[in-house]
Write a protein that binds this ligand. Structure first.
Ligand code: MD3
Ligand code: FE
Length: 205
């Protein structure tokens, strides 16, 4: 894989590689994710308070992130089908190794589908056992308006994440507050039916 060009975001530990995936790589990866969704269908989790997410989700890998009335956690099976999550595609395992250099492979890949007005409020990712490990995110489809700010609070910055962009969250950025304000509808034709798919690779354990 060619090493993509990293840009400076001004946020310590937030690394961004715009256009890291070629059009062909995006299409191939999307086809693999859509095939996996046939085995592990997208569903709409609810928050511990019982509110449905506007984002639809599924997972790939040994562990998947789920949310329900009991709380947030990682588990080895799909909450609707009861089956094991499908494997993480080799392409994503190679991307993780190339871009993060982390010695262990990711054990969880959350698949988020945003359509129309779907969004994700500001939050921190704190459900992983070892928060020293990086998080790697791949965006496919419509451009998202992403917001990120320091863990401690204070001002936030808005950054667009377009199809094929990859970002890594390491060090101080690993606990940054972040969310998706909105999509720019019609900015990509990649995802059938429109919208955006985000793939987030993590070490859950
Ligand atoms: C910054 N997903 O799944 S990806 C999530 O686009 C999540 O679906 C968003 O936030 C999405 O938890 C944002 C970029 C991202 C992922 C993880 C992060 C940014 C992050 C962890 C820490 C700080
Ligand atoms: Fe997050």
């Amino acid at each position: 894989m060619n090493t993509p060009q990293e840009i400076q975001t001004g946020i310590d530990g937030f690394r961004l590689w715009p256009g890291a995936l070629s059009m062909q790589a995006q299409a191939e990866l999307l086809a693999q994710v859509l095939a996996a969704e046939a085995e592990a269908p997208l569903y709409r989790p609810v928050t511990p308070g019982g509110r449905p997410f506007s984002v639809q989700m599924t997972n790939l890998g040994p562990l998947g992130w789920v949310s329900d009335r009991e709380g947030y956690r990682y588990q080895p099976t799909h909450p609707v089908t009861g089956k094991a999550w499908p494997p993480i595609p080799d392409y994503l395992l190679a991307l993780w190794s190339d871009l993060t250099g982390w010695p262990e492979p990711p054990d969880a890949c959350l698949v988020n589908l945003y359509r129309d007005e779907a969004r994700m409020g500001l939050h921190q990712d704190k459900d992983e056992a070892n928060m020293e490990a990086p998080v790697l995110s791949v965006s496919l489809g419509d451009t998202a308006v992403f917001r990120i700010g320091a863990a401690e609070g204070g001002p936030t910055r808005s950054i667009r994440l377009a199809s094929g962009d990859v970002c890594a969250l390491t060090g101080p950025a690993r606990l940054a507050r972040h969310g998706i304000d909105r999509l720019i509808a019609g900015s990509s034709t990649l995802v059938p039916g429109g919208g955006r798919i985000n793939l987030t690779l993590r070490r859950a354990r």
